[in-house]
Structure formats: C-alpha cells, structure tokens
Design a binder for this molecule. Structure first.
Ligand SMILES: Nc1nc2c(ncn2[C@@H]2O[C@H](COP(=O)(O)OP(=O)(O)O)[C@@H](O)[C@H]2O)c(=O)[nH]1
Ligand SMILES: [Mg+2]
Ligand SMILES: [Zn+2]
Length: 343
C-alpha cells in the first residue's frame, strides 16, 4: 500500500475515519501539500477545523481530506511533536513538525559548533518523543580549523550519554552511510539546526540521483496566488522519510522541567545528594551538583533553561477567573502560526 511509503502505520490506521488520509509534506501560509494514495494535493483547512480544533496541521502530520475536495477536515493524533515557544511575546506553542521518529541535530564544525545550542536541541528532542542523533557536519574542515575531530566527538557525546554522535562531511560523502542505518523503513527523520550547517546538502547527498527533488515546488499562497515553496518531506531510498526543516538559530523551549532533568542525567543524579531537597545548585551549602566539578558552562546552561521553563510554566498556568472583572475587549487574533525562518 502506497501510504506506507509515506509512514502510515497501525497507529494512524486506528484513527482513520471517513475521507481520504494523507500526509502533510509541506506547510506554507495556510496551504498544505498533502500526499495521498492518489497523488499530491494542494489543500487548505476546512472552516470547521479552523474554528474548532486546537490542532493546526504541521509538516509530517497525517490528515484526512474531505472526499472530492482538497480540504483538510481532521488532523490525526500525533505520535510525536516537535515544538518550540513561538518567537514572539505571546506565550504559544509552535509545532515545527509532527510524527518525527529520529531527530538529526545538525551542527557545522566551523563557527556554528556550540555545545550549549546542542544541549538545548537535546531538550527539545526529549520533549518531542523523537530519538536524537547529533550530526557534526563539515568534518572535512577539521584540519583547516585545527580541530581534533575525535576529541570534539567525545566532548559532544559527553553532553548526553547514550546519544549517538556522528561526524560527517556532506561535501565529501564521508560518514553519510551511518544515517540510513539509524532510521527504520517507514520511519521519519528530520534535520534541525541553524541555517548554513549543511542540512539541505545532507538531504541531497542521501537522495542521490533524486537530488533535483529539493528544488522549489509550485504552490498557492493563502490568497490563491501561485508561488513557489520548498518541499520539506522526502521519501528516501530504503523506504524511510526525511524532513528538511528551515534554519533555526534560536529555539525557545516548549517543554517541562522533567524533560530538562531527563536530558541532563548527570545533574539529575547529583541533585539527589544535595543537602536541601529544593536546592537551586547556586552555591547552597551541601550542594552535590556544585561540588561535582561539572563544566560551569553546562551547569549555567541548565540553570538558564530551568529558569526559562519555570517562567513558561507560570505564564501558561490558567489565571483564576474573576466574575466581577470587566470583560476584556476582544482583540483580533493574529493569523495562525507558520514556520518562519529565523536565520
Ligand atoms: N566544507 C563543507 N561545506 C559544506 C558541507 N556541507 C554543506 N556545506 C556547505 O555549507 C553551505 C550551507 O549548506 P546548506 O546545505 O545550504 O545548509 P542548510 O542551510 O543547513 O540547509 C553550502 O555552501 C554547502 O556547500 C560539508 O560537509 N563541508
Ligand atoms: Mg537548507
Ligand atoms: Zn544542589
């Protein structure tokens, strides 16, 4: 069955309902390129879904189209969901991608390499439910940059014990063979990282002959005008799928403090031995975390993200209703979020 080539499985089958199932291969200003068993459809979202559903389709989503119309009437429950806090003042979740099984966190070994950013992406991955793999691209530049590649790999691996770190060079094809082995047929992987780290180059190399498929595709904008957009989801030789996400330099967390703690196993374990149960690990007497001699930058990054998440939790906590307060004037909601390029 062709849908299986797009990642369809029992999890989604169990939710199927009347209509035509399809997978969102790209999302662009309220228009969605949807793969169905009968081919590609350029779809919009039904008025009812727009008004009533908290789920707005994201790339990777399985959706249901109304029979005979290019309209999405339902978004199936997601297996995993990659989110960040929308980079605006409003405290809202932005789903970057849905149903990703493996998250390739890509760094360039040139100026982009930043352990703190990798730690942040690891928390995002933890929250999403996808298995993270760290890719250190542009290994061909290591000599030129005076880097000891093995040492950088070891340092990166120490950020998250158990997480695979793969050095590679998309330019010279070196190390790329490791990637397909990390994703089972029918599974979906996604490439995330700053702009310029080589995500599209990696995708093109893995596609081989089919590399022209990364070219822009024709699509329609929200006013029905013809535009071009970039496809985001690709079927790969070997039967897996790969998603190329736009460059994200800044990722504000949309996660819980538990996701953070799980992502920093070392700190979590040490914290159990702190004298005070609510120790903040900022110089308290008997602090086992402070005494352990961790990399201060790693601890500082942990504490920074912890502060960010505490703040987020406070902001999204529902405020107690007060009947005697004057009703707030309704303000027009901004249009639904779409994935914007940050860098
Ligand atoms: N030296 C070197 N350059 C690379 C490598 N991979 C990608 N690049 C270059 O990095 C630049 C950005 O690549 P691109 O794939 O567009 O990055 P993206 O923004 O993450 O999609 C391009 O000029 C690529 O040729 C690599 O392995 N080694
Ligand atoms: Mg790109
Ligand atoms: Zn402590």
């Amino acid at each position: 069955m062709i849908l299986e080539q797009f990642g369809w499985n029992g999890y989604f089958e169990a939710q199927a309902c009347a209509g035509i199932p399809g997978r969102v291969a790209s999302a662009n200003h309220g228009r969605f390129l949807v793969w169905t068993a009968n081919g590609e459809v350029d779809a919009s979202v039904s008025g009812l879904l727009r008004r009533s559903s908290p789920l707005w389709p994201a790339v990777g989503d399985w959706v249901v189209l109304r029979e005979g119309a290019d309209v999405i009437v339902k978004v199936l429950e997601r297996k995993t969901k990659l989110s960040r806090k929308q980079p605006e003042r409003e405290v809202r979740e932005q789903v970057l991608a849905a149903n990703v099984d493996v998250l390739f966190i890509v760094s360039g070994l040139d100026r982009d390499y930043n352990e703190r950013r990798i730690e942040r992406f690891l928390v995002i991955a933890r929250e999403s439910g996808a298995r993270p793999v760290v890719l250190l691209n542009k290994s061909d530049l290591a000599d030129e940059l005076g880097l000891d590649l093995a040492a950088v790999v070891a340092r990166t691996a120490a950020l998250s014990p158990g997480t695979r770190v793969v050095p590679l060079s998309a330019l010279s094809d070196h190390g790329l063979d490791a990637l397909p082995e990390l994703v089972a047929p029918g599974e979906t992987a996604a490439l995330i990282g700053s702009s310029g780290v080589g995500k599209s180059t990696i995708l093109n190399r893995l596609l081989g002959d089919e590399r022209q498929r990364t070219n822009a595709v024709r699509a329609w904008d929200s006013r029905g005008r013809h535009t071009t957009t970039t496809r985001e989801l690709f079927t790969m030789p070997g039967g897996w799928l790969l998603m190329d996400l736009p460059g994200l330099r800044e990722v504000q967390l949309w996660a819980t403090t538990e996701d953070l703690a799980d992502s920093f196993d070392d700190i979590k374990e040490l914290a159990g031995a702190c004298r005070f149960r609510d120790c903040a690990h900022t110089g308290e007497p008997g602090c086992a975390v402070g005494a352990a001699g961790l990399d201060p930058a790693r601890l500082a990054n942990y504490l920074k993200m912890q502060g960010e998440l505490a703040n987020l939790k406070q902001k999204i906590a529902p405020r107690p209703a007060r009947d005697n307060q004057p009703k707030r004037k309704m303000t027009k909601r901004s249009s639904r979020p779409h994935l914007n390029h940050d860098s």
